[in-house]
Design a protein around this ligand. Structure first.
Ligand code: MRU
Length: 333
């Protein structure tokens, strides 16, 4: 992704491996400050995933792959490292997929760093393919709604939901992106808007609760990412996705999920079995350093919700746009 800096433009990824260390953009600091953090141990990588230094299912998967490579380089117990990394967050399938993929590659004798590099490069390639399959859905003059951040920051580079948007824009079509702010962590306002600004893509940020109002005024297409898509096509994504899907159906607006197959968990039958992460109450109540909730208020902070497959018009994958029926017949890789 191209990022504007004081000296011009810089090409940067959400994370990469350099001099024996995993380097990540600290996404908690964006858009105020673009800073990198460096990691040398698998335990520190697991902590970074938990703290959301990096986030978004495919970036979490890549971080996990590099975390396993660091564990192998340091001669750590790989089963322990795998368990620690897998315990970082429960919902994104990519985390589990990446750790298992690394185990199978290294068992077959592939070098751990080479395997992790290949894993991260494959994600970016898949995102490029998602962009080319999804871009024809976006026409000149469209208003496209998205939620959370399913862009380059969430996927090493390029994005899933943002991939068709980037591609359609680069092909010369002009349209408007509505990015919902995504309470409580504000990935839509802080990360998606930042990415779109870097590329000069027209957009507006709005509160999550404005989705219905704006959809009724005229939204042509909704594209979101996913943390886990299960065998019947139900999927988990950032809290607030489900409302958008129901509203889109009510208002006859096409609703697409963009995700690589590493996000597909075909061993889980339906969305009811997806584990939803609950995060700390403070994420919600503390705003700019001040706890704004009354003392003693109970707080619920589920980080994801599940949207049933019946609300989804199609799944934009690296293999093309699939229906829910096609998903169950898809093989893993
Ligand atoms: O809690 P986050 O920021 O990791 O949640 C991210 C999302 O919900 C994304 O939409 C999803 O991971 C897809 S990223 C391509």
């Amino acid at each position: 992704m191209k990022v504007k800096t004081a000296d011009g433009e810089q090409d940067v990824r959400a994370l990469w491996f350099e001099d024996g260390e995993l380097v990540m953009i600290d996404q908690r600091l964006l858009p105020r400050s673009l800073e990198m953090v460096r990691y040398r141990s698998s335990a520190a990588v697991a902590e970074a995933i938990r703290d959301m230094v990096t986030r978004g299912a495919p970036s979490i998967g890549a971080a996990a792959a590099y975390g396993m490579a660091l564990a192998a380089l340091a001669g750590e117990d790989l089963a322990e490292a795998a368990a620690t990394i897998k315990s970082a967050r429960p919902t994104a399938n990519d985390l589990f997929y990446a750790v298992d993929w690394m185990a199978s590659r290294t068992e077959e004798g592939e070098g751990p760093v080479e395997a992790a590099e290949r894993y991260a490069a494959a994600i970016v390639e898949k995102c490029v393919a998602i962009g080319s399959h999804g871009a024809p859905l976006i026409e000149d003059g469209h208003r496209v709604m998205t939620h959370c951040n399913a862009g380059a920051l969430a996927t090493v580079d390029v994005g899933t939901a943002l991939a068709p948007i980037r591609r359609a824009w680069s092909e010369g079509r002009r349209f408007m992106v509505y990015a919902s702010e995504t309470r409580p962590r504000l990935q839509g306002m802080q990360l998606t808007a930042w990415e779109l600004l870097q590329e000069g893509i027209d957009h507006a940020v709005m509160v999550d609760g404005a989705s219905g109002h704006l959809m009724r005024q005229g939204v042509d297409l909704v594209i979101v990412g996913a943390d886990r898509v299960v065998a019947n096509g139900d999927f988990a994504n950032k809290i607030g996705t489900y409302e958008k899907a129901v509203l889109a159906k009510e208002l006859d607006i096409p609703f697409y999920v963009a995700a690589p197959v590493s996000t597909f968990d075909l061993s889980t039958a339906s969305g009811e079995d997806i584990v939803i992460e609950d995060r700390s109450p403070e994420e919600l109540t503390v705003i700019a350093g001040t706890d704004l909730a009354p003392d003693g208020a109970n707080v619920l902070n589920p980080a994801f919700d599940v949207t049933p497959a019946r609300y989804v018009s199609g799944y934009i994958t690296e293999k093309g746009i699939l229906s829910a029926e096609e998903i169950s017949s898809m093989g893993g890789e």
